[in-house]
Design a protein around this ligand. Structure first.
Ligand SMILES: Cc1cc2nc3c(=O)[nH]c(=O)nc-3n(C[C@H](O)[C@H](O)[C@H](O)COP(=O)(O)OP(=O)(O)OC[C@H]3O[C@@H](n4cnc5c(N)ncnc54)[C@H](O)[C@@H]3O)c2cc1C
Length: 380
């Protein structure tokens, strides 16, 4: 594979990088400290067309391809890991569910405001007893009148407490295992019985609210079902597969931020009457950090390339996400090491990069589950 940005892709990524340097980086510590959903920043992203990057213009999107979109998300995540999750969950999970599986009228009514960024999206799959093991979910949707009555709860839902549109998974047939799961569009404001129980106090990923949701006799009409009954599990897997490319992007953005910060610090910090960047031990760390970050970026664009070509990209997306998330934590760890004692304090962002990086190894497929996926493809 040979990958080079076109002029148009490069211009978009440069525009996003400039926005991130001017508007996100200066308030990233504040977002981390306050842990509030950064509404104004999200509105600014929407004005720039960045809340609907990959969706066609007819649905309010920017029509970017899967090289430009992850590259832009990488830049956003370089500025703030929390903002990276907000955008990735909104676009790659909620938005893509509506785009891939919604009918024409569902796309017009629900995807367009999500792509324009006037509505915020969330993807509600995981439950207290069903994380990696999705079919273990307990949430049920029972037919009632010309719709469904939904009862149950979800855990760890990114954007869950601020979302206007939630793509929700529930069992329509409790005895059919993975084939008994269906997906629905829920509108928290309008639909009685949608309850936000609270948000998690997390290690990192601050600014993106991770919510616990409860559905108490929530009724929705039949035309809010996405696709047919029983298709929800396959829809979720397909959506998460594409989503993994963007979690690779979030990982790479955080790794790049950790590398940039450590490079600058190593040239400023003097010990033994010389910048610590003169020491070969520090140079080798920087060299490894850069090499791993570049390799992860190439894996991400390789998976994106296969997706754009319409080829099967399950293994490549899993590999890109697995590698990028693990090196992102390693690079952020070395970033702290290069900062010495200062790296362990909140005087520098090195520790934030480490906290933000760790999450990549957990959501949208843990590293262990991704290794299962890759091995299964190898042994197929
Ligand atoms: C900050 C945050 C945001 C999130 N956002 C969302 C969201 O927007 N929407 C959503 O639906 N979910 C979301 N999640 C949930 C996330 O996807 C799950 O946490 C993840 O899938 C793992 O599930 P679990 O936490 O139940 O861990 P478990 O599945 O209980 O796993 C625990 C450990 O066992 C290992 N394990 C489990 N099964 C296997 C296996 N078969 N083989 C080998 N090892 C295994 C895991 O790798 C892990 O190390 C989010 C989570 C977090 C922390």
């Amino acid at each position: 594979m040979e990958f080079r940005f076109t002029d148009e892709q490069r211009q978009i990524v440069e525009m996003v990088a400039e926005f991130v340097d001017d508007e996100v980086v200066p308030i990233a510590d504040e977002i981390d400290h306050e842990d509030e959903f950064p509404r104004e920043l999200v509105d600014e992203l929407a004005e720039l067309g960045l809340m609907g990057m990959p969706f066609p213009e007819e649905y309010g999107g920017a029509g970017l391809d899967y090289h430009a979109y992850p590259a832009a998300l990488e830049e956003i995540s370089r500025g703030s890991g929390g903002l990276g999750t907000i955008v990735a969950a909104h676009i790659s999970l909620a938005g893509n569910m509506l785009y891939e599986f919604g009918d024409e009228s569902q796309k017009e009514e629900f995807l367009t405001p999500v792509a324009e960024g006037t509505d915020i999206g969330a993807f509600a799959l995981s439950e207290a007893g069903a994380g990696s093991d999705v079919p273990a979910m307990d949430t049920v949707a029972e037919r009632e009148g010309d719709g469904y009555r939904i009862n149950g709860g979800k855990l760890w839902i990114s954007n869950g407490s601020v979302a206007d549109t939630v793509t929700l998974f529930a069992k329509t047939d409790r005895d059919a295992g993975s084939k008994g799961i269906s997906s629905f569009i829920v509108r928290p404001e309008a639909d009685d019985g949608f309850i936000v129980e609270g948000t998690e106090d997390k290690l990192g990923d601050k600014g993106c609210p991770t919510a616990e949701l409860r559905f108490d006799d929530l009724w929705i009409p039949e035309d809010r079902r996405l696709g047919e009954e029983g298709e929800g599990f396959v829809q979720a897997l397909k959506t998460l597969n594409g989503g993994r490319i963007t979690i690779a992007a979030r990982s790479i953005g955080i790794a790049q931020a950790a590398l940039d910060e450590a490079t600058t610090y190593s040239q400023d910090r003097e010990q033994f009457d010389q910048p610590i960047s003169d020491f070969q031990a520090i140079q080798h760390k920087l060299a490894d950090m850069d090499t791993k970050t570049r390799a992860a970026r190439l894996l991400m664009h390789d998976a994106a390339d296969k997706k754009i070509r319409g080829e099967n990209f399950i293994k490549e997306a899993a590999q890109a996400k697995l590698y990028a998330s693990e090196i992102s934590r390693e690079v952020a760890n070395e970033g702290i090491q290069i900062h010495g004692g200062y790296g362990y304090t909140k005087d520098f962002p090195a520790e934030r990069f480490y906290r933000d990086a760790k999450l990549n190894e957990i959501y949208e497929g843990t590293s262990e589950v991704l290794r299962n996926t890759i091995a299964a493809k190898l042994l197929d």
